[in-house]
Design a protein around this ligand. Structure first.
Ligand code: SF4
Length: 172
């Protein structure tokens, strides 16, 4: 059974406006070395959108930055949803880009789960259900703020979580 072509599910920071370093809040903890509010730029972020402690993030108290992944949603929000714009030129975009990322990241997270499930010894019914979920999650070739805001990610993620439990017996 042929599955649909999925979007890129790996981060491409070179095409992202450093969204994960800006739009989310951090609490000072074992994962992050400082408190930061949503929309505040991390002080380690350089104006070219690189991290000045990138190679030493774990040693400098930011292991959460290493373990975090946007599942490829960051570059898609920047390039597709906002047409390559950045909050650097339009600070008002920070909140809007953060809202879009919070939904599209969850969509991509579900696609990662389903992509892994494709590799299991599926029945035709399982494969058909995966196709249905993937078609729902990829229902917009080009997402917009409006289509993302209307997408029922809570319900879809819950449906996938409930369904995917039945595949546990297929994992060797
Ligand atoms: S420490 Fe580096 S990777 Fe982590 S949020 Fe700050 S700039 Fe981004």
């Amino acid at each position: 059974m042929a599955f649909i072509e999925l979007p890129e599910l790996e981060p491409d920071c070179s095409n992202c406006a450093a969204l994960c370093c800006v739009v989310f809040a951090f609490d000072k903890s074992e994962s992050f070395g400082l408190d930061k509010s949503a929309g505040e730029e991390c002080p380690n972020l350089v104006t070219d959108n690189t991290c000045k402690i990138f190679e030493e993030r774990v040693e400098r108290g930011f292991p959460g930055c290493v373990s975090y992944t946007c599942f490829g949603a960051g570059q898609r929000v920047t390039q597709d949803v906002f047409g390559g714009k950045s909050w650097r030129e339009e600070p008002a975009l920070k909140a809007r880009m953060g809202t879009a990322l919070s939904v599209l990241r969850r969509i991509h997270e579900q696609l990662v789960l389903l992509k892994a499930a494709r590799e299991l010894p599926l029945t035709p019914e399982h494969a058909a259900q995966i196709q249905t979920f993937e078609a729902t999650l990829c229902s917009n070739d080009t997402w917009s703020e409006e289509t993302l805001s209307r997408f029922p990610i809570d319900r879809v993620a819950s449906d996938i979580s409930n369904w995917i439990r039945q595949l546990r017996g297929l994992v060797s």
